[in-house]
Design a protein around this ligand. Structure first.
Ligand SMILES: Nc1nc2c(ncn2[C@@H]2O[C@H](COP(=O)(O)OP(=O)(O)OP(=O)(O)O)[C@@H](O)[C@H]2O)c(=O)[nH]1
Length: 314
């Protein structure tokens, strides 16, 4: 019986390469148990008194609650409960038996006796613990990565893929502060699609969305790498042109207007074309983002009143 157990243990992480002569007597104190599926083996709220070496079956590790998906699934050859055994503390996770399992159960005393009796087992324990630390680090890194993905998603407009108003508020403000310090010129354009309500009413919202994306792409394709573009809201866009004075800003605005009115490769080729109106303004001493946006908006309103599909300056 013991010899067949040795054979099984020899293929586990904890007992790999361990000479059983030195520990045979200690193993006699251990139990091999069968545990049905859905048994909660470890629970952070319940003190743990055992280390389990999985001989057969499968257990799931859940980090926060058992109702959350498992974080890690462990099979034959793995062990659980070693950290709480060594530290004599509560377990750091839940462990639930996910399919009927056979396990060798060690008490804390037996575990320490085994570690004292076998260098190989002590080394295996170190390697196991180091693996747990690495898994912990990986989990932290993944969660930081996911968090930064969520944060960057919070700055992106879902329909057009452009940056959104929240991003604009920060990025434009930062750039304006830099401009005020450097004393270099800086311009802002406000852009609005012409008669977009009529377009939606005539062709439907789905076509409206496609055209909105096509306009966003045309704007993006016709700006320089350092220019900042955002969807301001609805069918309105805003552009910040760093290091750009009035004549150049008007030329860029004109290039954007043409790119939409006379697209080279229209994305929504099956839909009627659209035009945009633009208002531009330049940074003045002591300017604020709000004042610049307001002036650009007033200029845009002039462009609309003057017949649309044109650029007007503040
Ligand atoms: N399809 C679609 N339509 C939108 C979206 N956001 C805003 N709109 C529509 O854009 C239209 C804007 O209408 P208005 O503000 O009256 O302006 P307009 O019809 O473009 O007229 P002018 O600006 O004066 O040329 C509204 O009908 C909105 O519903 C969007 O994400 N998708």
């Amino acid at each position: 019986m013991l010899n067949s157990l040795h054979a099984e243990l020899a293929s586990t992480r904890l007992f790999a390469g361990v000479s059983f002569d030195a520990i045979e007597r200690l193993l006699e104190h251990c139990r091999v148990v069968e545990v049905p599926a859905d048994t909660v083996l470890l629970d952070p709220a319940v003190p743990n008194e055992h280390l389990y070496v999985l001989l057969d079956g499968q257990v799931d590790v859940h980090l926060t609650t058992l109702s959350q998906p498992y974080y890690m699934r462990l099979g034959a050859g793995e062990c659980v409960g070693e950290m709480s055994m060594i530290e004599a503390r509560e377990t750091s996770a839940y462990v639930m038996v996910s399919s009927r399992s056979r396990m060798l159960v060690l008490t804390r005393d037996t575990m320490w006796s085994l570690i004292n009796a076998s260098h190989a087992l002590a080394r295996n324990m170190l390697v196991t613990l180091s693996g747990r630390v690495r898994q912990g680090n990986d989990a932290v890194r993944d969660s930081i990565h996911r968090q930064s993905e969520f944060e960057s998603l919070a700055f992106v407009d879902g329909l057009t893929g452009l940056h959104n108003r929240r991003w604009l508020d920060q990025a434009f403000r930062r750039q304006l502060e830099r401009g005020l310090l450097d004393g270099k010129p800086l311009s802002i354009l406000m852009i609005d699609i012409d008669h977009f309500k009529r377009f939606n009413d005539t062709h439907g919202h789905v076509s409206g969305d496609r055209s909105l994306r096509a306009v966003a792409l045309a704007l993006n394709d016709n700006l320089r790498p350092g220019d900042l573009l955002a969807r301001y809201g609805g069918e309105e866009f805003a552009v910040l042109l760093p290091d750009t004075g009035a004549p150049q800003a008007v030329a860029i605005a004109e290039r954007l207007r043409r790119a939409v009115a006379e697209p080279k490769a229209p994305l929504a080729a099956d839909l009627p074309g659209l035009s945009i109106s633009l208002g531009d303004t330049q940074m003045r001493p002591g300017d604020t983002l709000e004042r610049m946006l307001e002036r650009a908006d007033t200029a845009l309103y002039k462009a609309k009143s003057a017949g649309r599909n044109r650029v007007c300056s503040a």
